[in-house]
Design a binder for this molecule. Structure first.
Ligand code: SF4
Length: 453
């Protein structure tokens, strides 16, 4: 058993410890608080500080934490903002950093960033919540979170094979905002708004552009719902966008309620980046509303361990406590998270927060994304660094979403080496070959298994 798990079980739940674990107070523990024989909580990297479940200070826990760096940031750049405003998700959304001058008020921009922002028009504008900006380096344009959200000149370079709609979603759109590609499930694009705009977004063609070609409104929702009522083969609806958690509680409740009322729809999912970039959105009112629509699952978008702050710990704890199974999706990005050890830290930090690492995506060939894309071999290398070397739950599936609408294709390092008579030859995580007796399979190898030399 690892040190973290031992500490978690042995912890004495004093009020101070509860505060520490929920990230509400970053002061050192009092002498009364029990310290692990291995290390104190405060000596752990932030992403590995485990969250607490319900405890004696539950009432206090409903207040939202503010990590130390973020507090220093908002006091400096938003000095007239109260803590209540800062923790209000609507204030965060209203106050997003959207223009060159707003960026320049906070960041020391490179010439490349300046000119990229200045020449931008159309969809996928700049948009960064003040909270998420507080996690970025003000001076270093190569800092990972900053690179994913501040424009760079690479966005204007179109490489061969890149498309506006690389997954062919428009082709499979049956009514505006509803993509029906697989027989039993649909993608419901509920909104074009996100709390932050990721520079590598697969739907860059349609987000952040209210007057543009793609329209999202209740009339279109109703048309999509009529389609779903008529298509009894659909049992699973994934709400995405844009980000569905930018929709107000009442409207989202209406949409989930309409979908839940369709008898053949068994399963609802929400895809969202909000818990990592606007964790204050996960209010108790929101989770109480979401709980009414079970079975409801969520896929949360995380990129880097730096995102795993006390605020995110609180947001994921609230969702998990509401009985919402949480999975993660991460896009593999060059120079940002393309490193086995870093990815392991991210996956461990997610597991501790009850988020199951689900998908690791090869970056889609969206127009202007070449500076983010790694060779596919890098993703396989990362999976090799995880599989067998850490908890199986911490290993996501590495997938390529096939250009043109072929769906997700699982990419796995080869484990079947071949066959020797009745034996299948298998490679383990250390690269060693093992035999598995499989006489019934002799002569019936699936395509791709070569005879042993
Ligand atoms: S939050 Fe999702 S939909 Fe919005 S810009 Fe980022 S990747 Fe795209």
């Amino acid at each position: 058993m690892g040190g973290v798990e031992v500490r978690f079980e042995e912890r004495h739940e004093t009020p101070m410890n509860v505060q520490l674990l929920r990230g509400r107070d970053l002061r050192p523990p009092s002498r009364r608080a029990q310290i692990s024989p291995v290390a104190s909580e405060s000596s752990l990297p932030t992403e590995l500080i485990p969250p607490r479940t319900k405890g004696p200070t539950r009432k206090k826990a409903l207040r939202f934490p503010v990590n130390r760096e973020t507090r220093a940031f908002y006091r400096r750049f938003y000095p007239d903002t109260t803590a209540a405003e800062w923790n209000d998700w609507r204030w965060q959304l209203r106050s997003r950093i959207r223009t060159l001058s707003e960026l320049e008020r906070i960041f020391v921009l490179s010439e490349d960033e300046q000119s990229a922002v200045a020449r931008h028009t159309g969809s996928l504008p700049v948009g960064i919540t003040p909270y998420y900006a507080s996690l970025m380096d003000r001076h270093d344009p190569s800092e990972p979170l900053r690179r994913t959200h501040v424009m760079a000149g690479g966005e204007y370079v179109r490489l061969p094979g890149e498309e506006d709609d690389p997954l062919g979603e428009d082709h499979d759109t049956v009514v505006p905002g509803l993509v029906h590609r697989y027989p039993d499930r649909v993608l419901f694009l509920a909104t074009g708004t996100c709390s932050t705009y990721c520079r590598y977004c697969t739907r860059s063609r349609l987000v952040g552009n209210p007057g543009g070609e793609y329209q999202f409104n209740v009339r279109n929702w109703d048309r999509a719902i009529e389609y779903l009522e008529a298509h009894t083969e659909v049992r699973d609806v994934l709400l995405s966008g844009g980000d569905p958690l930018t929709i107000g509680d009442d409207k989202l409740d209406y949409l989930l309620g309409r979908l839940r009322a369709i008898p053949h729809i068994e399963f609802l999912r929400i895809g969202s980046k909000v818990p990592s970039v606007l964790p204050q959105r996960i209010t108790k009112e929101l989770v109480n509303m979401l709980k009414k629509h079970h079975p409801l699952w969520m896929s949360l978008h995380f990129t880097h361990p730096r995102e795993l702050t006390p605020e995110v710990t609180e947001a994921t704890a609230r969702l998990a406590d509401a009985g919402i199974p949480l999975g993660s999706q991460t896009v593999l990005l060059k120079g940002i998270n393309d490193d086995g050890e870093l990815m392991k830290r991210l996956m461990h930090g997610l597991l501790i927060r009850r988020v199951k690492p689900y998908y690791l995506y090869q970056c889609d060939p969206i127009k202007g994304s070449g500076h983010f894309r790694t060779p596919v071999a890098k993703g396989l290398e990362i999976i090799r660094a995880l599989r067998g070397h850490t908890t199986g739950y911490a290993t996501p599936m590495f997938v390529i979403d096939a250009p043109g609408g072929g769906g997700k294709i699982l990419m796995a390092p080869d484990s079947v080496v071949g066959r020797d008579g009745d034996d299948l030859l298998l490679r383990n995580f250390e690269g060693q070959i093992y035999r598995y007796p499989d006489p019934a399979g002799a002569g019936e190898e699936p395509a791709g298994i070569a005879a042993a030399e």
